[in-house]
Design a protein around this ligand. Sequence first.
Ligand code: URA
Length: 189
Amino acid sequence: MAFTNLEELAAHCADCQKCELGKTRTKLVFGTGNPNADLMFIGEAPGEQEDLTGTPFVGRAGQLLDKYLYAVDIDRKDVYIANILKCRPPQNRDPLPAEEDACIDYLREQVKLIRPKIIVCLGRISAMRLIKEDFKITKEHGTWFEKGGYLMTAVFHPAALLRDPRRKEDMLEDMKRIKEKLDELGGKA
Ligand code: URA
């Protein structure tokens, strides 16, 4: 696969049937934001609202993410947001390894085209897939890793913060550090 831009890649995966989720999705959720973003967020998989609209992080978790972006002075339209899976798993169950395997090359191509300075994994599933298999979100959130030439970190998934608001202070601290790092690197957001 060699694509010259995100539109070409999006068109390529629009009718994807590489896994069973192709049969149950309403809309494929490709990703959204600035194609030249310095900062990229990668979540787990679309939920109900994302499946209906075709846009990542627009439901309750997405609205909470928006609040953190606002709090640290990051403009959502300057970043790029995508997920490990492009289609919603039924009842929002965790992605199956076979679904991740079927989908992950699309994300790899997206990252190659965007070339962000920083990648932020939203939650454990994304961090375990992209940073390391045994990633422990409670211990390792906010820690910096370098992988494949990208600077990466993970924060709590906003849906997890809705379930357990005690993590909200940690989330704010992590987001502040991400913004600081981006500024240090001369990135825009
Ligand atoms: N949760 C995710 O991980 N991704 C979305 O797009 C929405 C909710």
